[in-house]
Design a protein around this ligand. Structure first.
Ligand SMILES: [Zn+2]
Length: 639
Protein backbone atom coordinates (compact mmCIF):
# COMPACT_ATOMS: atom_id res chain seq x y z
CA UNK A 1 0.00 0.00 0.00
CA UNK A 2 1.49 3.39 -0.95
CA UNK A 3 1.07 6.54 1.04
CA UNK A 4 -1.98 7.73 -0.90
CA UNK A 5 -3.92 4.54 -0.51
CA UNK A 6 -2.82 4.59 3.07
CA UNK A 7 -4.61 7.93 3.44
CA UNK A 8 -7.69 6.49 1.82
CA UNK A 9 -8.06 3.89 4.42
CA UNK A 10 -10.95 4.80 6.67
CA UNK A 11 -9.25 4.25 9.95
CA UNK A 12 -6.09 6.00 8.90
CA UNK A 13 -8.08 9.07 7.86
CA UNK A 14 -9.54 9.19 11.30
CA UNK A 15 -6.09 8.90 12.74
CA UNK A 16 -4.69 11.69 10.60
CA UNK A 17 -7.47 13.99 11.69
CA UNK A 18 -5.76 14.30 15.01
CA UNK A 19 -2.10 14.18 14.16
CA UNK A 20 0.56 16.02 12.26
CA UNK A 21 0.41 14.65 8.71
CA UNK A 22 3.67 16.31 7.79
CA UNK A 23 5.47 14.47 10.49
CA UNK A 24 3.93 11.26 9.29
CA UNK A 25 5.09 11.94 5.74
CA UNK A 26 8.66 12.32 6.91
CA UNK A 27 8.10 8.88 8.18
CA UNK A 28 7.17 7.34 4.84
CA UNK A 29 8.61 3.95 5.65
CA UNK A 30 6.59 3.87 8.78
CA UNK A 31 3.40 4.81 6.94
CA UNK A 32 3.85 1.90 4.61
CA UNK A 33 4.22 -0.63 7.34
CA UNK A 34 1.72 0.81 9.77
CA UNK A 35 -0.72 -0.84 7.44
CA UNK A 36 -1.56 -4.14 8.98
CA UNK A 37 -0.92 -3.15 12.54
CA UNK A 38 -4.23 -3.22 14.29
CA UNK A 39 -3.36 -1.12 17.29
CA UNK A 40 -2.55 1.78 15.00
CA UNK A 41 -3.26 4.63 17.34
CA UNK A 42 -0.95 3.17 19.87
CA UNK A 43 1.75 2.56 17.28
CA UNK A 44 1.43 6.07 16.03
CA UNK A 45 1.80 7.54 19.44
CA UNK A 46 5.23 5.97 19.66
CA UNK A 47 6.36 7.87 16.57
CA UNK A 48 4.39 11.02 17.21
CA UNK A 49 6.41 11.60 20.34
CA UNK A 50 9.59 12.06 18.22
CA UNK A 51 10.56 15.28 16.45
CA UNK A 52 11.62 15.10 12.77
CA UNK A 53 15.31 15.27 13.70
CA UNK A 54 14.89 12.55 16.26
CA UNK A 55 13.23 10.30 13.74
CA UNK A 56 16.29 10.52 11.49
CA UNK A 57 18.63 9.54 14.26
CA UNK A 58 16.21 6.88 15.38
CA UNK A 59 16.55 5.13 12.04
CA UNK A 60 20.30 5.36 12.18
CA UNK A 61 20.34 3.14 15.17
CA UNK A 62 20.29 -0.49 14.31
CA UNK A 63 18.07 -1.47 17.19
CA UNK A 64 15.20 0.54 15.75
CA UNK A 65 15.97 -0.16 12.17
CA UNK A 66 13.30 -2.70 11.67
CA UNK A 67 11.06 -1.41 8.95
CA UNK A 68 7.75 -1.88 10.64
CA UNK A 69 5.79 -1.06 13.73
CA UNK A 70 5.16 -4.60 14.83
CA UNK A 71 6.24 -5.46 18.34
CA UNK A 72 9.40 -7.52 18.34
CA UNK A 73 11.29 -8.78 21.38
CA UNK A 74 14.57 -7.55 19.84
CA UNK A 75 13.34 -3.96 20.07
CA UNK A 76 11.36 -4.21 23.30
CA UNK A 77 13.77 -3.60 26.14
CA UNK A 78 13.85 -6.15 28.87
CA UNK A 79 16.86 -6.85 31.04
CA UNK A 80 18.31 -10.27 30.36
CA UNK A 81 17.88 -12.34 33.45
CA UNK A 82 18.42 -15.84 34.54
CA UNK A 83 15.41 -17.97 33.90
CA UNK A 84 13.12 -18.75 36.75
CA UNK A 85 14.16 -22.41 36.75
CA UNK A 86 17.68 -21.47 37.75
CA UNK A 87 16.55 -19.27 40.63
CA UNK A 88 13.85 -21.24 42.34
CA UNK A 89 13.09 -20.01 45.82
CA UNK A 90 14.36 -22.40 48.46
CA UNK A 91 11.11 -22.94 50.31
CA UNK A 92 9.36 -23.84 47.05
CA UNK A 93 6.85 -21.01 47.54
CA UNK A 94 6.45 -18.49 44.79
CA UNK A 95 6.76 -14.84 45.67
CA UNK A 96 5.01 -12.79 43.04
CA UNK A 97 7.25 -9.78 43.67
CA UNK A 98 10.32 -11.90 43.07
CA UNK A 99 8.64 -13.18 39.91
CA UNK A 100 7.83 -9.63 38.77
CA UNK A 101 11.48 -8.68 39.22
CA UNK A 102 12.83 -11.86 37.60
CA UNK A 103 10.52 -11.56 34.63
CA UNK A 104 11.61 -7.94 34.08
CA UNK A 105 8.47 -6.00 35.06
CA UNK A 106 9.92 -4.03 37.99
CA UNK A 107 13.22 -3.20 39.65
CA UNK A 108 13.59 -2.09 43.23
CA UNK A 109 15.43 1.23 43.48
CA UNK A 110 15.32 1.70 47.24
CA UNK A 111 13.43 0.15 50.10
CA UNK A 112 9.76 0.38 49.14
CA UNK A 113 10.52 2.33 45.94
CA UNK A 114 10.31 0.72 42.51
CA UNK A 115 11.04 1.48 38.88
CA UNK A 116 8.62 0.15 36.30
CA UNK A 117 10.27 -1.44 33.26
CA UNK A 118 8.56 -1.63 29.82
CA UNK A 119 6.67 -4.85 30.57
CA UNK A 120 5.43 -3.51 33.91
CA UNK A 121 4.45 -0.20 32.38
CA UNK A 122 2.34 -1.94 29.73
CA UNK A 123 0.44 -3.75 32.48
CA UNK A 124 0.01 -0.52 34.41
CA UNK A 125 -1.14 1.37 31.30
CA UNK A 126 -3.76 -1.29 30.59
CA UNK A 127 -5.05 -1.18 34.16
CA UNK A 128 -5.33 2.60 33.80
CA UNK A 129 -7.22 2.34 30.52
CA UNK A 130 -9.63 -0.17 32.03
CA UNK A 131 -10.18 2.14 34.99
CA UNK A 132 -10.76 5.07 32.63
CA UNK A 133 -13.44 3.05 30.86
CA UNK A 134 -15.34 2.21 34.03
CA UNK A 135 -14.95 5.67 35.56
CA UNK A 136 -16.29 7.12 32.32
CA UNK A 137 -19.32 4.83 32.53
CA UNK A 138 -19.91 6.32 35.97
CA UNK A 139 -19.83 9.81 34.43
CA UNK A 140 -16.74 10.74 36.39
CA UNK A 141 -14.31 13.29 34.93
CA UNK A 142 -10.57 12.84 35.12
CA UNK A 143 -8.38 15.38 36.91
CA UNK A 144 -4.79 15.46 38.08
CA UNK A 145 -4.10 17.13 41.40
CA UNK A 146 -0.64 18.14 42.53
CA UNK A 147 1.32 15.66 44.62
CA UNK A 148 2.28 18.52 46.93
CA UNK A 149 -0.09 19.65 49.60
CA UNK A 150 0.17 22.18 52.40
CA UNK A 151 0.62 20.83 55.91
CA UNK A 152 -1.68 23.58 57.18
CA UNK A 153 -4.56 22.06 55.25
CA UNK A 154 -3.94 18.67 56.82
CA UNK A 155 -3.73 20.20 60.28
CA UNK A 156 -7.16 21.72 59.58
CA UNK A 157 -8.63 18.33 58.70
CA UNK A 158 -6.95 16.81 61.74
CA UNK A 159 -5.06 14.16 59.82
CA UNK A 160 -1.52 15.37 60.40
CA UNK A 161 -0.66 14.20 63.86
CA UNK A 162 2.15 12.25 65.46
CA UNK A 163 2.43 8.77 64.05
CA UNK A 164 1.03 9.53 60.58
CA UNK A 165 3.00 7.95 57.76
CA UNK A 166 3.28 11.10 55.65
CA UNK A 167 6.41 12.46 53.94
CA UNK A 168 6.77 16.04 55.13
CA UNK A 169 9.27 18.71 54.19
CA UNK A 170 9.91 22.46 54.25
CA UNK A 171 10.81 24.67 51.31
CA UNK A 172 13.49 27.41 51.29
CA UNK A 173 11.03 29.88 52.78
CA UNK A 174 10.33 27.40 55.54
CA UNK A 175 6.78 26.76 54.33
CA UNK A 176 5.60 23.30 55.37
CA UNK A 177 4.60 20.79 52.70
CA UNK A 178 3.81 17.12 52.35
CA UNK A 179 3.69 14.52 49.60
CA UNK A 180 0.05 13.52 49.36
CA UNK A 181 -0.81 9.98 50.39
CA UNK A 182 -4.42 10.73 49.32
CA UNK A 183 -6.33 13.82 48.23
CA UNK A 184 -9.50 14.30 50.31
CA UNK A 185 -8.30 17.64 51.69
CA UNK A 186 -7.18 19.11 48.37
CA UNK A 187 -10.24 17.98 46.39
CA UNK A 188 -12.58 19.33 49.08
CA UNK A 189 -10.80 22.70 48.89
CA UNK A 190 -10.97 22.64 45.09
CA UNK A 191 -14.62 21.67 44.72
CA UNK A 192 -15.66 23.77 47.71
CA UNK A 193 -14.19 26.85 46.03
CA UNK A 194 -15.71 26.17 42.59
CA UNK A 195 -19.15 24.71 43.27
CA UNK A 196 -21.68 26.94 44.96
CA UNK A 197 -25.12 25.63 44.09
CA UNK A 198 -26.90 22.30 44.50
CA UNK A 199 -27.66 22.57 40.78
CA UNK A 200 -23.98 21.91 40.06
CA UNK A 201 -24.12 18.57 41.88
CA UNK A 202 -23.39 15.70 41.67
CA UNK A 203 -19.68 16.15 40.98
CA UNK A 204 -17.59 13.04 40.35
CA UNK A 205 -13.85 13.52 39.87
CA UNK A 206 -11.15 10.91 39.67
CA UNK A 207 -7.45 10.76 39.03
CA UNK A 208 -4.79 8.11 38.59
CA UNK A 209 -1.71 9.44 40.30
CA UNK A 210 1.33 8.67 42.39
CA UNK A 211 0.82 8.66 46.11
CA UNK A 212 3.39 8.64 48.89
CA UNK A 213 3.56 7.08 52.31
CA UNK A 214 6.49 7.06 54.70
CA UNK A 215 5.90 3.40 55.43
CA UNK A 216 7.84 2.37 58.55
CA UNK A 217 8.33 -1.16 57.27
CA UNK A 218 8.09 -1.35 53.48
CA UNK A 219 7.51 -4.97 52.52
CA UNK A 220 6.08 -7.33 49.94
CA UNK A 221 7.31 -5.26 47.01
CA UNK A 222 4.59 -3.24 45.33
CA UNK A 223 2.06 -4.31 47.95
CA UNK A 224 3.43 -2.05 50.65
CA UNK A 225 5.70 0.47 49.02
CA UNK A 226 6.47 4.08 49.84
CA UNK A 227 5.39 5.33 46.41
CA UNK A 228 2.43 3.82 44.60
CA UNK A 229 -0.05 4.51 41.85
CA UNK A 230 -3.68 4.81 42.79
CA UNK A 231 -7.00 5.59 41.19
CA UNK A 232 -8.99 7.79 43.55
CA UNK A 233 -12.52 8.94 42.85
CA UNK A 234 -14.20 11.68 44.89
CA UNK A 235 -17.93 12.24 44.80
CA UNK A 236 -19.95 15.23 45.97
CA UNK A 237 -23.71 15.15 46.47
CA UNK A 238 -26.30 17.45 47.96
CA UNK A 239 -27.75 15.08 50.57
CA UNK A 240 -27.36 11.63 52.08
CA UNK A 241 -29.87 9.76 49.84
CA UNK A 242 -28.14 11.16 46.73
CA UNK A 243 -24.73 10.28 48.17
CA UNK A 244 -25.85 6.72 48.89
CA UNK A 245 -27.18 6.36 45.34
CA UNK A 246 -23.77 7.50 44.12
CA UNK A 247 -22.14 5.01 46.48
CA UNK A 248 -24.20 2.16 45.02
CA UNK A 249 -23.30 3.32 41.52
CA UNK A 250 -19.60 3.24 42.37
CA UNK A 251 -19.91 -0.26 43.80
CA UNK A 252 -21.65 -1.44 40.64
CA UNK A 253 -18.88 0.11 38.50
CA UNK A 254 -16.24 -1.53 40.70
CA UNK A 255 -17.92 -4.91 40.29
CA UNK A 256 -17.90 -4.49 36.52
CA UNK A 257 -14.23 -3.51 36.60
CA UNK A 258 -13.24 -6.57 38.63
CA UNK A 259 -15.54 -8.84 36.59
CA UNK A 260 -13.68 -7.74 33.49
CA UNK A 261 -10.38 -8.82 35.03
CA UNK A 262 -11.88 -12.32 35.31
CA UNK A 263 -10.19 -13.12 38.59
CA UNK A 264 -11.94 -14.16 41.79
CA UNK A 265 -12.47 -11.27 44.21
CA UNK A 266 -14.21 -10.72 47.52
CA UNK A 267 -16.26 -7.70 48.57
CA UNK A 268 -16.30 -7.20 52.33
CA UNK A 269 -17.74 -4.72 54.80
CA UNK A 270 -14.84 -2.84 56.30
CA UNK A 271 -13.76 -0.24 58.79
CA UNK A 272 -13.22 3.32 57.68
CA UNK A 273 -9.88 3.60 59.47
CA UNK A 274 -8.67 7.19 59.63
CA UNK A 275 -10.73 8.14 56.56
CA UNK A 276 -13.79 8.91 58.59
CA UNK A 277 -17.36 8.07 57.66
CA UNK A 278 -19.34 4.98 58.47
CA UNK A 279 -20.14 2.99 55.36
CA UNK A 280 -17.29 1.31 53.58
CA UNK A 281 -16.49 -1.77 51.53
CA UNK A 282 -13.25 -3.41 50.53
CA UNK A 283 -12.35 -5.35 47.42
CA UNK A 284 -9.90 -8.18 47.91
CA UNK A 285 -8.10 -10.83 45.90
CA UNK A 286 -7.77 -14.04 47.91
CA UNK A 287 -4.08 -14.82 48.34
CA UNK A 288 -1.97 -16.64 50.89
CA UNK A 289 0.36 -13.62 50.73
CA UNK A 290 -2.41 -11.27 51.87
CA UNK A 291 -2.12 -9.27 55.05
CA UNK A 292 -5.88 -9.00 55.51
CA UNK A 293 -8.18 -11.68 56.83
CA UNK A 294 -11.63 -11.76 55.31
CA UNK A 295 -14.47 -13.59 57.04
CA UNK A 296 -17.31 -15.02 55.02
CA UNK A 297 -20.30 -17.07 56.10
CA UNK A 298 -21.23 -20.41 54.54
CA UNK A 299 -24.94 -19.61 54.93
CA UNK A 300 -25.69 -15.89 54.65
CA UNK A 301 -24.09 -12.98 52.78
CA UNK A 302 -22.10 -11.84 55.81
CA UNK A 303 -18.61 -10.94 54.53
CA UNK A 304 -16.36 -8.64 56.48
CA UNK A 305 -12.77 -7.78 57.18
CA UNK A 306 -11.43 -9.13 60.46
CA UNK A 307 -10.56 -5.50 61.27
CA UNK A 308 -14.24 -4.59 61.38
CA UNK A 309 -15.19 -4.97 65.01
CA UNK A 310 -18.25 -3.33 66.39
CA UNK A 311 -17.92 -2.90 70.10
CA UNK A 312 -19.63 -0.75 72.63
CA UNK A 313 -17.97 1.87 74.72
CA UNK A 314 -15.71 0.36 77.37
CA UNK A 315 -14.74 2.01 80.62
CA UNK A 316 -11.79 1.56 82.94
CA UNK A 317 -11.85 1.11 86.70
CA UNK A 318 -9.01 1.23 89.17
CA UNK A 319 -8.32 -2.30 90.41
CA UNK A 320 -8.48 -1.22 94.06
CA UNK A 321 -11.99 0.09 93.60
CA UNK A 322 -13.36 -3.22 92.29
CA UNK A 323 -15.78 -5.05 94.51
CA UNK A 324 -14.13 -8.44 94.40
CA UNK A 325 -11.37 -10.09 96.32
CA UNK A 326 -8.21 -11.08 94.71
CA UNK A 327 -6.88 -14.33 96.16
CA UNK A 328 -3.61 -13.72 97.98
CA UNK A 329 -2.30 -17.23 97.78
CA UNK A 330 -2.75 -19.08 94.51
CA UNK A 331 -2.86 -22.80 94.17
CA UNK A 332 -2.42 -22.66 90.45
CA UNK A 333 -1.69 -19.82 88.07
CA UNK A 334 -4.24 -19.88 85.22
CA UNK A 335 -2.79 -20.54 81.80
CA UNK A 336 -4.03 -17.62 79.73
CA UNK A 337 -2.73 -16.23 76.47
CA UNK A 338 -1.48 -12.69 76.71
CA UNK A 339 -1.08 -9.95 74.11
CA UNK A 340 0.43 -6.58 75.01
CA UNK A 341 -0.29 -3.20 73.42
CA UNK A 342 0.65 0.40 74.04
CA UNK A 343 -1.32 3.59 73.43
CA UNK A 344 -0.11 6.28 71.02
CA UNK A 345 0.91 8.55 73.88
CA UNK A 346 2.84 5.66 75.50
CA UNK A 347 1.05 6.43 78.78
CA UNK A 348 -0.90 3.18 78.96
CA UNK A 349 0.17 -0.40 78.57
CA UNK A 350 -2.73 -2.68 77.64
CA UNK A 351 -2.55 -6.37 78.52
CA UNK A 352 -5.26 -8.47 76.89
CA UNK A 353 -5.96 -12.08 77.79
CA UNK A 354 -7.84 -14.97 76.24
CA UNK A 355 -8.21 -18.66 76.97
CA UNK A 356 -6.25 -21.38 75.28
CA UNK A 357 -8.68 -23.11 72.94
CA UNK A 358 -10.41 -26.21 74.33
CA UNK A 359 -8.81 -29.29 72.86
CA UNK A 360 -12.17 -30.94 72.19
CA UNK A 361 -13.90 -28.02 70.52
CA UNK A 362 -15.23 -28.79 67.06
CA UNK A 363 -13.62 -25.86 65.35
CA UNK A 364 -10.29 -26.21 67.15
CA UNK A 365 -7.88 -26.26 64.27
CA UNK A 366 -5.60 -23.64 65.72
CA UNK A 367 -4.95 -21.70 68.89
CA UNK A 368 -6.90 -18.77 70.19
CA UNK A 369 -5.31 -15.43 69.57
CA UNK A 370 -6.21 -11.91 70.72
CA UNK A 371 -7.67 -9.85 67.84
CA UNK A 372 -5.71 -6.57 67.95
CA UNK A 373 -8.54 -4.82 66.08
CA UNK A 374 -10.96 -5.77 68.84
CA UNK A 375 -8.58 -4.23 71.38
CA UNK A 376 -8.30 -1.08 69.28
CA UNK A 377 -12.06 -0.94 68.77
CA UNK A 378 -12.49 -0.95 72.56
CA UNK A 379 -9.58 1.44 73.24
CA UNK A 380 -9.10 3.60 70.11
CA UNK A 381 -5.89 5.16 71.51
CA UNK A 382 -4.12 1.81 71.14
CA UNK A 383 -1.37 1.84 68.49
CA UNK A 384 -1.13 -1.29 66.36
CA UNK A 385 2.01 -2.77 64.86
CA UNK A 386 4.31 -1.50 67.64
CA UNK A 387 7.19 -3.82 68.41
CA UNK A 388 8.13 -4.45 72.05
CA UNK A 389 5.33 -2.35 73.59
CA UNK A 390 6.45 -3.25 77.13
CA UNK A 391 9.99 -1.96 76.58
CA UNK A 392 8.63 1.23 75.06
CA UNK A 393 6.33 1.73 78.01
CA UNK A 394 9.06 1.21 80.61
CA UNK A 395 11.55 3.42 78.78
CA UNK A 396 9.11 6.29 78.25
CA UNK A 397 9.83 7.66 81.77
CA UNK A 398 6.18 8.48 82.11
CA UNK A 399 5.08 9.59 85.52
CA UNK A 400 1.44 8.94 84.77
CA UNK A 401 1.88 5.50 83.25
CA UNK A 402 -0.84 2.95 83.95
CA UNK A 403 -1.52 -0.65 83.06
CA UNK A 404 -4.90 -1.74 81.69
CA UNK A 405 -6.09 -5.35 81.92
CA UNK A 406 -8.59 -6.76 79.45
CA UNK A 407 -10.13 -10.23 79.63
CA UNK A 408 -12.03 -12.06 76.91
CA UNK A 409 -15.46 -13.26 78.02
CA UNK A 410 -14.52 -16.92 77.55
CA UNK A 411 -12.26 -16.58 80.59
CA UNK A 412 -13.92 -17.48 83.86
CA UNK A 413 -14.17 -14.79 86.46
CA UNK A 414 -12.01 -16.70 88.90
CA UNK A 415 -9.27 -17.20 86.32
CA UNK A 416 -9.32 -13.47 85.58
CA UNK A 417 -9.03 -12.71 89.29
CA UNK A 418 -6.17 -15.16 89.69
CA UNK A 419 -4.37 -13.55 86.78
CA UNK A 420 -4.79 -10.14 88.39
CA UNK A 421 -3.41 -11.46 91.68
CA UNK A 422 -0.33 -12.78 89.92
CA UNK A 423 0.03 -9.54 88.04
CA UNK A 424 -0.20 -7.49 91.22
CA UNK A 425 2.55 -9.56 92.80
CA UNK A 426 4.86 -8.86 89.88
CA UNK A 427 3.57 -5.49 88.81
CA UNK A 428 6.25 -3.57 87.01
CA UNK A 429 6.85 -0.71 87.40
CA UNK A 430 5.57 -1.48 90.91
CA UNK A 431 3.89 1.88 91.40
CA UNK A 432 2.02 1.92 88.06
CA UNK A 433 -1.68 1.90 88.84
CA UNK A 434 -3.58 -1.15 87.57
CA UNK A 435 -6.92 -0.69 85.82
CA UNK A 436 -9.51 -3.15 84.65
CA UNK A 437 -11.32 -2.61 81.36
CA UNK A 438 -15.06 -3.11 81.72
CA UNK A 439 -17.59 -3.86 79.01
CA UNK A 440 -20.59 -1.57 78.33
CA UNK A 441 -22.64 -3.79 80.65
CA UNK A 442 -20.09 -3.31 83.44
CA UNK A 443 -18.59 -6.80 83.21
CA UNK A 444 -14.85 -7.25 83.60
CA UNK A 445 -14.96 -9.68 80.69
CA UNK A 446 -15.13 -8.22 77.18
CA UNK A 447 -16.99 -10.07 74.40
CA UNK A 448 -15.18 -11.17 71.20
CA UNK A 449 -11.59 -10.26 71.99
CA UNK A 450 -10.48 -13.43 70.22
CA UNK A 451 -9.60 -13.59 66.53
CA UNK A 452 -12.38 -15.30 64.56
CA UNK A 453 -11.37 -18.65 63.09
CA UNK A 454 -12.60 -20.90 60.32
CA UNK A 455 -15.43 -22.98 61.71
CA UNK A 456 -16.69 -20.38 64.20
CA UNK A 457 -20.42 -19.78 64.22
CA UNK A 458 -21.50 -16.85 62.04
CA UNK A 459 -22.39 -13.86 64.25
CA UNK A 460 -24.93 -12.57 61.69
CA UNK A 461 -27.15 -15.59 61.03
CA UNK A 462 -25.82 -18.02 63.69
CA UNK A 463 -26.62 -20.88 61.31
CA UNK A 464 -23.60 -20.78 59.03
CA UNK A 465 -19.95 -21.25 59.80
CA UNK A 466 -17.23 -18.70 59.24
CA UNK A 467 -14.46 -19.18 56.72
CA UNK A 468 -11.37 -17.03 57.21
CA UNK A 469 -9.39 -16.27 54.04
CA UNK A 470 -6.11 -14.42 53.64
CA UNK A 471 -6.54 -11.71 51.04
CA UNK A 472 -4.92 -8.66 49.46
CA UNK A 473 -6.92 -5.45 49.53
CA UNK A 474 -7.01 -3.78 46.12
CA UNK A 475 -9.95 -1.40 46.35
CA UNK A 476 -11.97 0.51 48.89
CA UNK A 477 -15.16 2.53 48.83
CA UNK A 478 -16.05 5.03 51.57
CA UNK A 479 -19.16 7.06 52.15
CA UNK A 480 -17.54 9.97 53.98
CA UNK A 481 -20.58 12.14 54.65
CA UNK A 482 -19.46 15.59 55.81
CA UNK A 483 -16.21 14.45 57.45
CA UNK A 484 -14.15 16.78 55.23
CA UNK A 485 -16.71 19.25 53.90
CA UNK A 486 -17.48 20.47 57.43
CA UNK A 487 -13.92 21.09 58.59
CA UNK A 488 -12.96 22.62 55.24
CA UNK A 489 -16.26 24.49 54.85
CA UNK A 490 -17.36 23.09 51.48
CA UNK A 491 -21.01 24.16 51.15
CA UNK A 492 -23.64 24.56 48.47
CA UNK A 493 -26.78 26.66 48.45
CA UNK A 494 -30.04 24.68 48.28
CA UNK A 495 -33.59 25.70 47.48
CA UNK A 496 -34.84 28.45 45.15
CA UNK A 497 -32.84 31.65 44.96
CA UNK A 498 -34.84 33.55 47.49
CA UNK A 499 -34.87 34.21 51.20
CA UNK A 500 -35.60 30.55 51.89
CA UNK A 501 -32.29 29.51 50.39
CA UNK A 502 -29.80 28.03 52.82
CA UNK A 503 -26.46 26.30 52.68
CA UNK A 504 -25.56 22.67 53.40
CA UNK A 505 -22.24 20.85 53.61
CA UNK A 506 -21.65 18.58 50.64
CA UNK A 507 -21.95 14.83 51.17
CA UNK A 508 -18.76 13.21 50.02
CA UNK A 509 -17.50 9.78 49.06
CA UNK A 510 -14.01 8.59 48.21
CA UNK A 511 -13.23 5.41 46.35
CA UNK A 512 -9.78 4.01 45.66
CA UNK A 513 -8.28 1.25 43.58
CA UNK A 514 -4.57 0.58 44.04
CA UNK A 515 -3.05 0.28 40.59
CA UNK A 516 0.42 -0.88 41.71
CA UNK A 517 -1.23 -3.13 44.26
CA UNK A 518 -3.53 -4.61 41.67
CA UNK A 519 -0.56 -5.53 39.50
CA UNK A 520 1.20 -7.23 42.43
CA UNK A 521 -1.98 -8.85 43.76
CA UNK A 522 -2.94 -10.26 40.35
CA UNK A 523 0.59 -11.57 39.93
CA UNK A 524 0.30 -13.19 43.33
CA UNK A 525 -3.19 -14.62 42.78
CA UNK A 526 -2.50 -16.20 39.39
CA UNK A 527 1.20 -17.15 39.45
CA UNK A 528 2.22 -20.80 39.62
CA UNK A 529 5.49 -22.64 39.91
CA UNK A 530 6.37 -21.89 36.29
CA UNK A 531 5.80 -18.15 36.35
CA UNK A 532 3.30 -15.33 36.15
CA UNK A 533 -0.12 -15.46 34.49
CA UNK A 534 -1.96 -12.35 33.34
CA UNK A 535 -5.65 -11.85 32.67
CA UNK A 536 -5.96 -10.95 29.02
CA UNK A 537 -7.18 -7.44 29.67
CA UNK A 538 -4.00 -6.35 31.51
CA UNK A 539 -1.41 -8.70 29.99
CA UNK A 540 1.65 -6.88 28.59
CA UNK A 541 0.87 -8.62 25.27
CA UNK A 542 -1.97 -11.04 24.72
CA UNK A 543 -0.07 -13.34 22.39
CA UNK A 544 3.60 -14.10 21.76
CA UNK A 545 4.71 -15.82 18.55
CA UNK A 546 7.90 -17.87 18.91
CA UNK A 547 9.82 -19.49 16.05
CA UNK A 548 11.76 -22.74 16.30
CA UNK A 549 14.72 -21.05 14.64
CA UNK A 550 15.53 -17.42 13.95
CA UNK A 551 15.33 -18.01 10.21
CA UNK A 552 11.59 -18.69 10.68
CA UNK A 553 10.94 -15.17 11.99
CA UNK A 554 9.21 -14.02 8.78
CA UNK A 555 6.68 -16.83 9.18
CA UNK A 556 6.08 -15.59 12.73
CA UNK A 557 5.49 -12.10 11.36
CA UNK A 558 2.83 -13.56 9.05
CA UNK A 559 1.17 -15.18 12.09
CA UNK A 560 1.41 -11.86 13.96
CA UNK A 561 -0.39 -10.10 11.10
CA UNK A 562 -3.01 -12.82 10.89
CA UNK A 563 -3.68 -12.42 14.65
CA UNK A 564 -4.37 -8.71 14.26
CA UNK A 565 -6.18 -8.57 10.94
CA UNK A 566 -9.76 -9.16 9.86
CA UNK A 567 -11.77 -10.61 12.70
CA UNK A 568 -8.73 -10.24 14.94
CA UNK A 569 -7.76 -12.89 17.43
CA UNK A 570 -6.17 -10.42 19.82
CA UNK A 571 -5.55 -6.74 20.50
CA UNK A 572 -1.79 -6.94 20.64
CA UNK A 573 0.97 -9.45 20.07
CA UNK A 574 4.75 -9.68 19.96
CA UNK A 575 7.18 -11.76 17.91
CA UNK A 576 10.22 -13.22 19.62
CA UNK A 577 12.83 -12.59 16.92
CA UNK A 578 15.91 -12.72 19.14
CA UNK A 579 18.89 -14.95 18.48
CA UNK A 580 18.16 -17.33 21.31
CA UNK A 581 17.27 -21.00 21.47
CA UNK A 582 13.58 -21.81 21.31
CA UNK A 583 13.49 -23.61 24.66
CA UNK A 584 14.74 -20.64 26.65
CA UNK A 585 12.30 -18.42 24.74
CA UNK A 586 9.39 -20.65 25.72
CA UNK A 587 10.56 -20.70 29.34
CA UNK A 588 10.84 -16.95 29.40
CA UNK A 589 7.38 -16.57 27.84
CA UNK A 590 6.00 -18.78 30.62
CA UNK A 591 7.79 -16.74 33.27
CA UNK A 592 6.43 -13.47 31.86
CA UNK A 593 2.95 -14.97 31.71
CA UNK A 594 1.65 -14.11 28.21
CA UNK A 595 -1.89 -15.52 28.09
CA UNK A 596 -1.27 -17.37 24.80
CA UNK A 597 1.92 -18.65 23.13
CA UNK A 598 1.93 -19.58 19.43
CA UNK A 599 4.96 -21.77 18.72
CA UNK A 600 6.17 -22.61 15.24
CA UNK A 601 7.82 -25.87 16.22
CA UNK A 602 8.05 -29.44 15.02
CA UNK A 603 4.41 -29.69 13.90
CA UNK A 604 4.80 -26.52 11.88
CA UNK A 605 7.93 -27.83 10.15
CA UNK A 606 6.34 -31.18 9.37
CA UNK A 607 2.71 -30.33 8.69
CA UNK A 608 2.45 -26.54 8.80
CA UNK A 609 0.48 -26.67 12.08
CA UNK A 610 0.90 -24.23 14.94
CA UNK A 611 1.36 -25.25 18.55
CA UNK A 612 -0.87 -23.10 20.78
CA UNK A 613 -0.10 -23.03 24.49
CA UNK A 614 -2.21 -21.56 27.27
CA UNK A 615 -0.91 -22.50 30.70
CA UNK A 616 -3.79 -21.02 32.67
CA UNK A 617 -6.35 -23.14 30.79
CA UNK A 618 -3.95 -26.08 30.56
CA UNK A 619 -4.13 -26.09 26.78
CA UNK A 620 -1.34 -27.28 24.48
CA UNK A 621 -2.69 -28.11 21.05
CA UNK A 622 -1.65 -27.98 17.42
CA UNK A 623 -4.02 -26.25 15.03
CA UNK A 624 -3.97 -25.51 11.31
CA UNK A 625 -3.37 -22.06 9.89
CA UNK A 626 -7.05 -21.67 9.02
CA UNK A 627 -8.16 -22.49 12.56
CA UNK A 628 -5.45 -20.50 14.34
CA UNK A 629 -7.11 -17.10 14.74
CA UNK A 630 -10.45 -18.51 15.87
CA UNK A 631 -8.78 -20.91 18.29
CA UNK A 632 -6.65 -18.17 19.91
CA UNK A 633 -9.66 -15.82 20.07
CA UNK A 634 -11.74 -18.42 21.90
CA UNK A 635 -8.93 -19.01 24.41
CA UNK A 636 -8.49 -15.31 25.07
CA UNK A 637 -12.22 -14.86 25.59
CA UNK A 638 -11.93 -17.13 28.63
CA UNK A 639 -8.99 -15.29 30.18
ZN1 LIG B 1 -24.15 -16.15 58.35
Amino acid sequence: MNFTSFLDHEHHKKLLGSVDALLLMKFGACARVLNGARNLDQQYRKYASCTGAEIGSLFQRRRWYCEDARYRCSAFWKPSSKTHEEKKPKNGKEDSNVLLAQAGFIRQAYSGIFHLLPLGLRVQDKIERLLDKHMHSLQASKVSLSSLSSQDLWVKSGRLGAGTDVFTFSDRKDAKWLLSPTHEEEITELVGSLVQSYRDLPVRLYQISRKYRDEPRPRQGLLRGREFLMKDLYTFDVDVPAALRTYDGVRAAYNKFFDELKIPYIVARATSGNMGGELSHEYHLPSSKGEDSVLSCSHCDHVKNEELVTSGQVSTRLLESCDFDIPSALEEIPKLKEAVFITNDKESLVKAYCKHRDAGASSATSENEINPYAVKAAIPEVALGIENPSEQFFSSNSTTGRILYMFDDQITRSDAQAQLATARGHNSPPDAPMFIVESPSGSMRIPDLVKPQTGDRCPACSEGRIQVQKAIEIGHTFHLGTRYSEVLNAKVAVGPASKSQHEVFMQMGCHGIGVSRLMAATASALSDKVGLNWPRVIAPFEVIVIPHQVRDVESCVAVYDQMLQGEAACNDAIVDDREKDWLSKLREADLIGYPVIVFLGKAWKERGEYEVQCRRLKVKQTVSGVELSGFVRRLLEQL
